[in-house]
Design a protein around this ligand. Structure first.
Ligand code: NDP
Length: 338
């Protein structure tokens, strides 16, 4: 059983070498009396920014630290090989929390979802049909209170979550602008995902002025993925009674001390509602979300771009690459295709 192991707790910026590939043995059958556990073969794994935070020794966080010497864990798609759980049987496909290894025994499959629709790419359950699709759906429809005609800005807009938020906003009839870190991504936003405008934030000396260019009358909705300087620039450009959904702050995750935000006073003067959310609190909406998104995918109304890394060994570099923007679209790792 090939595994990706965290060597030690990480301080500072994580590196691929903080993880190591090890090969152990696993009996491909659950031990006698494994009530409620399932043994799975992992097929696709999801690389997520929050996972690097879990490499630190965390106290007081919404996620637990990984255990040094043990496999990394994260979201993935897998096939059930053996089951002691009444809801799962051999051959079922599932998505949810699993290990970064070839085979995993999931002892508490409470947040594991059985995959019912297999006429879409299976890897989609690591992204658009899994946690990231739900994040975009909840963040946009539940937190942003969107209306037709709203002026919407999305940072890290070409990523797993951002590309979907932009498309949801376009379907509703909003004006949508996204920021991303390369020309290739800016082109994707405009030409593939149908954003009205997009810009490369790395080429803008003055982010506040750049936003003023795209939103001369201000922003109604900001979908926050990045934090730091971008948040400050956005705050200065928000409209009266506008909304900010705080989904993530990737620019802050690996800093010893998060940067300060200076323009918070704008929340008062512009009567802005700024609200953080965690997708796990909204899993009860998953069936409703599937009802909406599956016809959109099948009917070509929503498209999804994935960046696929081949083989478990490629996972550490793929994960670290999120922080330099190496991924173009949702970062997926293929462990096995069936
Ligand atoms: P992405 O697929 O968007 O990958 C991360 C991207 O962030 C990179 O490709 C890079 O793109 C950009 N980035 C990296 N470092 C910086 C930086 N310092 N400044 C600006 N941009 C940077 O990730 P996801 O779509 O999976 O996640 C987006 C955000 O949503 C993250 O902050 C994540 O933690 C959060 N999240 C929150 C959830 C919740 O429940 N609240 C659930 C899931 C995700 P570029 O080339 O454009 O710089």
């Amino acid at each position: 059983n090939k595994q990706i192991i965290l060597k030690e707790y990480v301080s500072g910026f994580p590196k691929g070498s903080d993880m190591v590939v090890k090969t152990g043995t696993i009996h491909l059958q659950l031990p006698e009396g494994s009530k409620n556990a399932i043994l799975v073969k992992n097929l696709y794994l999801s690389c997520d920014p929050y996972m690097c935070r879990r490499m630190r020794k965390l106290e007081d966080s919404y996620v637990e630290s990984f255990t040094p010497g043990s496999p990394i864990t994260g979201f993935g798609v897998a096939r059930v090989l053996d089951s002691g759980h009444p809801n799962f049987k051999k051959g079922d496909l599932i998505w949810g929390r699993t290990g970064w290894e070839e085979y995993t025994i999931i002892t508490e499959p409470a947040n594991v979802f059985k995959i019912q629709n297999t006429d879409v790419p299976l890897s989609y359950y690591t992204g658009i049909l899994g946690m990231h699709g739900m994040t975009a759906y909840v963040g946009f429809y539940e937190i942003c209170s969107p209306k037709q005609g709203d002026y919407v800005f999305i940072s890290a807009a070409s990523g797993a979550v951002g590309q979907l938020v932009g498309q949801f906003a376009k379907l509703l009839g909003c004006y949508v602008v996204g920021s991303a870190g390369t020309k290739e991504k800016v082109d994707l936003l405009k030409n593939k995902f149908g954003f009205d405008e997009a810009f490369n934030y790395k080429e803008e000396k003055d982010l506040e002025a750049a936003l003023k260019r795209y939103f001369p009358n201000g922003i109604n909705i900001y979908f926050e993925n990045v934090g730091g300087k971008m948040l400050d620039a956005v705050l200065a450009n928000m409209r009266l009674h506008s909304r900010i959904a705080v989904c993530g702050m990737i620019s802050q995750y690996n800093l010893e001390r998060p940067e300060g935000v200076h323009n918070l006073f704008c929340l008062i003067t512009k009567r802005v509602r700024m609200e953080g959310f965690i997708v796990f609190d909204y899993y009860h909406l998953y069936p409703k979300f599937l009802e909406m998104i599956l016809p959109c995918i099948k009917g070509g109304k929503i498209t999804y771009v994935e960046d696929v890394a081949e083989g478990l060994e490629s996972a550490p570099a793929a994960l670290i690459g999120l922080f330099s923007g190496r991924n173009v679209g949702k970062q997926v790792v293929v462990v096995a295709r069936e």
